[in-house]
Design a protein around this ligand. Structure first.
Ligand code: OSB
Ligand code: MG
Length: 369
């Protein structure tokens, strides 16, 4: 893949409304788009999913940009690549920084698929032509507002509702929701807000018929989660604790979870996501695709990876309108009856809206190869 230029677009977008989790509240989103250009004039795009504050994982936008400029781009200058599967092994001798690695690798995957003339989903080995999706709802000021939001998203067809929880906004709130929506597939995401000292409270979740509870305990833990899973009927799903196939293997071996949330950025890219997907499939562990409040390019990558067969449970990839008044792709990602139709054009299958990209951009960095 003869790269001639790498461009980083730094963007700022306002969210339609704030998103509150146990770790903090997000109102707007600063992020970056990686654009890779080949000598034939093809363009591939990836989206950086690090936040500006290291409250979900340790990476930040600025740490990503430093790693990309100081290490990842020099590696690409020194090494010719024939297939995107070669990118992660080249980056692997640098520890961590998975979101930075994934942003670059994702752009190269898109470029590769466009050069092959196939949709990214197909290049990744995905077979589904449409994917089922759910939605993640932040902590609301009141139960009444929460019930209204759930109603609103169920009307839009979303196939499962994920509710953020934290101490003080958990069992009682979930009981009220369950009373109002007795048959809706519901799950809870704690973003590491609890410890094993809360085990009696966490056991009460078993009365709620939840699909799963996501990352209740410490953000790097797989030991305490194994202890907790032994005491719970409700399946545990790991999010923050999973950074690699290795982490997945150890978590499954220990019995730390029964479901895995794959976030492409958190695990270092699409190639590692495929490996995790395949391993979980062999082990009988269902996976789903997590979200990082992405704009359209990141969303398109999530749609593509979700076409793999063991993405059995609806993920967090909602439509563009979930967070954005205007997205940076044409057409935007649309959800109808809880389903996204997988695009069939080459690469990510959505066009980048250059006008929107420019409108949200506050800095453009160029790295000639
Ligand atoms: O834990 O899955 C999470 C958003 C930001 C950081 C972490 C998480 C989330 C979400 C929302 O739950 C996912 C989305 O709608 O993109
Ligand atoms: Mg989560």
């Amino acid at each position: 893949i003869p790269l001639i230029n790498i461009i980083i677009h730094r963007l700022n977008m306002r969210m339609i409304d704030p998103f509150a989790t146990s770790f903090g509240t997000m109102q707007g989103k600063e992020f970056y788009i990686v654009e890779v250009v080949d000598t034939d004039g093809n363009h591939g795009y990836g989206e950086g999913v690090a936040f500006s504050i290291p409250w979900y994982t340790e990476e930040t936008i600025k740490s990503n940009l430093a790693i990309i400029e100081d290490f990842l781009i020099p590696i690409l200058r020194d090494n010719a690549i024939e297939h995107p599967n070669e990118v992660f092994p080249l980056f692997e001798r640098l520890r961590g920084n998975n979101m930075a690695k994934a942003a670059i690798e994702g752009a190269i995957w898109d470029l590769y698929a466009k050069r092959q003339g196939v949709p990214l989903a197909k290049a990744l080995g995905g077979k589904k032509t449409e994917i089922d999706v759910g939605i993640s709802i932040g902590i609301q000021p009141s139960v009444k507002e929460l019930l209204n939001k759930i109603e609103h998203f169920l009307e839009q067809g979303y196939k499962r509702i994920k509710l953020k929880i934290k101490p003080g906004h958990d069992v009682d709130m979930l009981h009220e929701v369950r009373k109002a929506f007795p048959d809706t597939p519901i799950m809870a995401d704690a973003n590491s807000a609890y410890t094993l000292d809360d085990i009696e409270l966490l056991k009460q979740l078993d009365d709620l018929n939840l699909m799963m509870i996501e990352q209740p305990l410490q953000h790097h833990d797989i030991i305490d989660h194994a202890k907790l899973q032994k005491e719970l009927q409700t399946p545990i799903c790991l999010d923050e604790s999973i950074h690699s196939l290795y982490d997945v293997q150890k978590a499954i071996e220990l019995g730390s979870c029964k479901i895995i949330n794959i976030k492409v950025g958190r695990v270092g890219g699409l190639s590692e996501s495929i490996k995790i997907h395949d391993y979980c499939e062999d082990q009988g562990i269902p996976v789903w695709c997590g979200g990082m409040l992405e704009a359209g390019i990141g969303r398109a990558h999530n749609v593509a990876i979700t076409t793999l067969a063991n993405f059995i449970l609806p993920g967090d990839t909602a439509g563009s309108s979930r967070y954005w008044k205007k997205d940076i792709i044409k057409p935007e990602v649309v959800v109808e009856n809880g389903v996204i139709k997988v695009p069939t054009a080459p690469g990510i299958g959505y066009e980048v809206d250059e006008e929107a990209l420019e409108a949200f951009r506050f800095e453009k960095l160029e790295f000639p190869m």
